[in-house]
Write a protein that binds this ligand. Structure first.
Ligand code: 6R9
Length: 659
């Protein structure tokens, strides 16, 4: 966008302004009555039946919430259901088998695939039969290490059908990251593929999967999807099976959905936390599926006749909840895109919106900032009038990006929902209801009906409006994680210890985000307050990156912090001390970057590696990360007198931006 037109837009939409939901949207919205907030509050926890009612239950639950063993809450107690049945069979039984479930758009522009609900159900049953033949039993964890190809949701739903929890590992993660997760979950099955396209080139994925498998401590049966055909050939060994062969062998198979208890695990999702070890977040069948269906209905306004598109990757929670489970449970058409937004050109997303008449678009602030930088001429080349609602997720959105999205993508006629939530919350928690609330750019909005979120100070008391504090949630909700896989103790430590009153039964969930709240109850999320960096909406633990760096020969010590970045929101800044006999030169810098990519993946690639003879430390020997953050951001440095080695600070600051 040109400076001039940007200036015009800013003048038209001054800071602090709020926007009413467009009349045309309200007229047709799924939720339009603001009384819903009161209704949920008065009827809590029974209000959540409204979410459960969006599903078909084999046996109805006896109790909405069991809080007798808090914070190990149970939802929809003794209810029985199957997630794959809810996402597939029931729509087919309703006579909607010919309607589109998945519109898959490949990176090569000519390559697309459409799955109707019937076709998706057929393939899910065939793959479910194949998994059973391989030995997969109920409650066995099946890992998926796959890019954005239709076989990924097929595999997830096939697992759900036979009651085998899935654990999807983002395809951009490294071989090491795959091995760590498979070992942690003791997962004996892997579904992966030969490769996929990135900006026109076939990218090998199988080699990375094989390398990961070599680090797995137990035997693994692997299924390999042939995504690239003749572009890439691989030999399969005895424990490796070709996906298409398995599907052929089980053609026409019918596999009844197994009856799952509401509290049975639907999937595991590993996410970064404060320590170096990723956490296995456990989600259940009844609570999770009810919650993502409800939020897809109330916030994304999904209706069966929509063509809805969330541009996230299914390897992250956003893709699980809002590409696969929520949209399919509601029986809509969900778009899945394999490629990147700028290939073959920077208008690719807008071309897809136009071609498929996309009705809702859900994306991330980092993408919106890139679109802004590329210029409004790209969306302007396309007819985007099919869009009815826009959404964002993953990190705070700056008001300027919000307004650009609202104007240049939504033509000022689509509400924008800025949705705050986490892997652990399962679904959206703080955001406006698009048919009810006014929108304030930069502020996510009020907590959703039934969600009790507050902004508190360090002792847990509410802060004054406008003051920064910590976001907390003091009532459970159906989509919440139930525990960290096989680690109840860490579950309590990570999320509940900080703000709960020991001895009483007052359990308070702490998501580790900073926030402020306005007079009208709107919450602005400020970002993580733990050692987690949010790079382009992806969570990275500083400890994970640090341990990768100290694993590089020649590095004695490392500290990693997040620094501001125009597009990514935050970027990784690495400070390293060399071992005696090693130079902090380009060669070592390169090996550090490689080391991080090998241990985690390219998303964790340091923006800068700064060599320093020492790190700034307090007298008690703790690294002063705040100071390193200020240095990365080129900010004025505050008081350094509490440091053991204050002289080092100027030295390091002088080195930022050198490489
Ligand atoms: C869904 C997802 C969670 C962290 C979360 C927070 C940040 C997400 C946000 C947001 C401000 C929003 N975050 N949405 N911050 N405004 N609308 O992203 O899950 O990958 O687990 O990340 O992302 O810091 O704690 P996850």
């Amino acid at each position: 966008m040109s400076e001039e037109s940007e200036g015009e837009l800013e003048a038209r939409l001054p800071e602090g302004e709020s926007f009413e939901p467009p009349e045309s949207f309200v007229e047709q919205a799924n939720v339009t009555d603001e009384a819903i907030y009161e209704e949920f509050e008065e009827n809590w926890p029974d209000c959540w039946e409204r979410a459960a009612d969006l599903l078909d239950w084999e046996a109805s639950y006896d109790q909405v919430l069991d809080d007798s063993d808090a914070p190990f809450y149970e939802w929809f107690v003794d209810g029985k259901l199957n997630a794959s049945y809810n996402c597939l069979d029931r729509h087919v039984e309703d006579g909607r088998g010919d309607e589109v479930a998945i519109e898959w758009v490949g990176e090569p522009t000519e390559e697309t695939r459409t799955y109707t609900y019937q076709e998706l159900l057929d393939e899910v049953e065939e793959f479910a039969a194949a998994l059973r033949d391989l030995g997969v039993e109920e409650d066995d964890v099946v890992t998926m290490y796959m890019p954005m190809i239709p076989e990924l949701p097929v595999a997830m739903l096939a697992c759900a059908r036979i009651g085998a929890p899935h654990s999807v590992v983002f395809a951009g993660f490294s071989a090491d990251a795959l091995a760590t997760r498979m070992n942690s979950a003791e997962s004996e099955y892997l579904v992966t593929c030969d490769g996929y396209y990135r900006r026109g080139d076939p990218l090998d994925h199988k080699d990375k999967a094989d390398e990961g498998l070599s680090g797995v401590e137990h035997g693994v049966d692997t299924v390999v999807v042939d995504r690239l055909g003749d572009e890439l050939d691989h030999d399969l060994d005895d424990e490796q099976h070709d996906y298409d062969d398995l599907i052929d062998e089980h053609a026409g198979a019918s596999v009844d959905p197994v009856t799952r208890d509401a509290e049975d695990m639907l999937f595991l999702m590993y996410t970064s936390g404060t320590t170096g070890k990723p956490k296995g977040v456990k989600h259940t069948t009844g609570g999770y599926l009810s919650y993502v269906s409800w939020t897809s209905h109330a916030v994304l306004d999904i209706k069966p006749e929509d063509t809805y598109w969330c541009s996230a990757d299914i390897g992250w929670i956003t893709g699980h909840s809002y590409i696969v489970y929520g949209p399919l449970a509601l029986g809509t058409s969900t778009v899945m895109y394999e490629g990147t937004p700028d290939y073959p050109d920077k208008d690719r997303l807008w071309e897809i919106v136009e071609d498929y008449d996309v009705t809702q678009l859900y994306t991330a602030p980092t993408a919106i900032r890139a679109f802004m930088k590329w210029g409004e001429e790209y969306p302007a080349q396309h007819d985007l009038s099919s869009l009815r609602l826009l959404g964002t997720v993953g990190e705070p959105i700056n008001p300027r990006a919000w307004k650009w999205y609202y104007k240049h993508i939504g033509d000022e006629s689509c509400p924008v929902v800025d949705t705050w939530w986490q892997t652990e919350t399962g679904g959206m928690m703080v955001t406006t209801l698009p048919g009810v609330n006014e929108m304030k750019p930069g502020s996510a909005g009020p907590p959703l009906p039934g969600i009790s979120a507050n902004v508190v100070d360090m002792s847990g008391d509410d802060v004054e409006p406008g003051e920064a504090g910590y976001l907390t949630v003091d009532k459970p909700w159906p989509g919440m994680l139930r525990t960290l896989y096989r680690n109840d103790e860490r579950f309590i430590e990570e999320y509940w210890q900080e703000y709960s009153d020991e001895g009483t039964d007052e359990w308070v969930y702490f998501p580790e985000d900073g926030a402020k709240i306005d007079d009208d109850g709107y919450i602005t999320v400020l970002g993580r307050v733990d050692d987690v960096i949010n790079v382009s909406g992806h969570r990275l633990g500083t400890m994970e990156v640090e341990s990768a760096i100290v694993g590089v020969e020649g590095v004695a010590e490392a500290a990693v912090v997040g620094g501001n970045h125009d597009i990514k929101g935050e970027a990784v800044y690495a400070y390293a001390i060399t071992e005696d006999g090693y130079e902090g030169d380009d060669d070592l810098r390169e090996r550090i970057v490689e080391g991080v990519e090998d241990a985690i993946g390219p998303i964790a690639r340091p923006e800068e590696v700064i060599f320093s003879p020492e790190l700034p430390k307090t007298r008690s020997g703790k690294i002063m990360r705040r100071l390193l953050e200020d240095i990365a951001n080129g900010e004025e440095l505050g008081n350094t007198s509490t440091l053991r080695n204050p002289e080092i600070v100027d030295d390091i600051a002088g080195k930022v931006g050198e490489d």
